[in-house]
Design a protein around this ligand. Structure first.
Ligand code: AMP
Length: 314
C-alpha cells in the first residue's frame, strides 16, 4: 500500500526534500508545505525542506527553503502535485537518493521509485490529509499551521468547494481541518483579494471575450495588454475563473503572452479538455488544463479544436 510505503520511507530517511510544480498555486504549496510541517512536527530530529521558485502573491501562505546541492546526498525527495517531470520546480530533484510522487492529476508521466496517484482526490492537499488520517493514531501529528496549509490547498483547487471534484470526503476533511484554530478570513483574503490592476484587467476580459454559439470562449492577453494594465503573466491565475459564470459557456481559454511562450490556460464545464491540452504538449485535469504554445497561429488552431469539442458536447 502506497501510504504505508511512503510512511516507511519518511521514517527511514534523515533528510527529506519536498518539491512541487512550477508556477505554484495554493494546492502545490499547501501539499508541499503541509507535508513538510507534518514531517517536522512528527519527526523533529529530521531535516525537512521545501524548495522551488516562489510567487510573491503567495508569500503570505508559505515560503521556501534555500538549500545547497549537497543536501540532496542520501536524501529522500518527495514531489507533490506535479504530473510530469518537466514541470517539477527545481530540477535538482534528480540528485536525491529516491523519489516519491504524490499527485492527483492523471498519471500520464509515471516517475519516481514510489508513486501515489489518486485522481479522485480534489487536490493533493486532500491526499496529504488522507495520509495523516491513515496514521492519525500512530506517529503523524497535525497542528493549526499544518491544517491552514492543507485547508488552503483544498480551497484553492476546488475553487472554494465549487468544482465537481469536491466530494463528500472533501467536505468531511474541511470540517475536521477547521477544528484547528487558524484565521480563515485572513486566508481567504490572501488567496482571493486582487490588486486594483488585476481587477481592471478582469474588466477588460469581461468586455472582450468571444463567445461562439457552441459555447466556446477565448481571450488573448498580449504583452501589450498586460503592460497596459501593469499585470505580470503569473498574476493571471486570478482571472481565469471569471468567465465560468457567463451563461452558455461550456469551455474557455486564456492565451497569455510571455517572453518566450504563449501560456494556454483552459477551463471547462463539461467537455474534457486535458486531452486537447496534451495535443499541444500540455496536460492537466479533465476540466482544468494548460499548455505552452509558440505562436498566435497555434492559438487559433487551439480555438478551432476547442470549438469542435464544445460543438460535439451536449
Ligand atoms: P493553470 O491554468 O496553470 O492553473 O493550470 C491548470 C491545470 O493544468 C493544472 O492542474 C496544471 O497542472 C495543468 N497544466 C497547466 N499547464 C500545463 C502544462 N504546460 N503541462 C501540463 N499540465 C499543465
Amino acid at each position: 500500500m502506497a501510504k504505508q510505503k511512503i510512511l516507511n520511507k519518511i521514517t527511514e530517511y534523515e533528510t527529506i526534500i519536498i518539491h512541487r510544480h512550477v508556477r505554484p498555486d495554493a494546492d502545490a504549496l499547501g501539499s508541499q508545505c503541509g507535508l513538510k510541517e507534518m514531517i517536522r512536527l512528527s519527526f523533529p530530529e529530521k531535516e525537512v525542506y521545501a524548495v522551488g521558485e516562489e510567487d510573491p502573491a503567495l508569500h503570505f501562505f508559505a515560503r521556501m527553503d534555500v538549500i545547497d546541492d549537497a543536501k540532496y546526498e542520501n536524501a529522500l525527495v518527495i514531489v507533490c502535485d506535479t504530473a510530469n517531470t518537466g514541470r517539477i520546480s527545481d530540477q535538482r530533484y534528480t540528485l536525491g537518493k529516491e523519489v516519491i510522487k504524490i499527485d492527483h492529476h492523471p498519471n500520464n508521466d509515471p516517475y519516481g521509485d514510489t508513486m501515489w496517484v489518486d485522481t479522485s482526490a480534489s487536490s493533493t492537499s486532500e491526499m496529504i490529509f488522507d495520509f495523516y488520517k491513515f496514521d492519525e493514531h500512530g506517529v503523524l501529528r497535525l497542528n493549526s499551521q499544518i491544517a491552514r496549509l492543507i485547508y488552503g490547498g483544498i480551497v484553492g483547487d476546488t475553487g472554494r468547494f465549487l468544482f465537481p471534484s469536491t466530494s463528500n470526503k472533501t467536505f468531511k476533511y474541511a470540517a475536521e481541518l477547521i477544528e484547528y484554530p487558524f484565521d480563515r478570513s485572513a486566508l481567504y483574503n490572501g488567496l482571493y483579494d486582487i490588486q486594483e490592476d488585476i481587477a481592471r484587467l478582469r474588466g477588460y476580459v469581461l468586455q472582450n471575450f468571444t463567445l461562439s454559439p457552441a459555447g466556446m470562449s477565448s481571450i488573448k492577453l498580449t504583452k501589450d495588454i498586460l503592460n497596459k494594465f501593469k499585470v505580470e503573466p503569473i498574476d493571471t491565475g486570478k482571472l481565469v475563473g471569471v468567465l465560468g459564470d457567463v451563461q452558455g459557456i461550456k469551455a474557455w481559454v486564456f492565451f497569455i503572452e510571455e517572453d518566450d511562450v504563449i501560456r494556454v490556460r483552459v477551463r471547462s464545464k463539461g467537455p474534457v479538455i486535458n486531452e486537447l491540452a496534451a495535443k499541444y504538449n500540455g496536460g492537466g485535469h479533465p476540466l482544468a488544463a494548460g499548455a505552452s504554445i509558440q505562436s498566435w497561429e497555434e492559438a487559433n488552431k487551439f480555438v478551432n479544436d476547442l470549438e469542435e469539442l464544445c460543438a460535439k458536447y451536449t
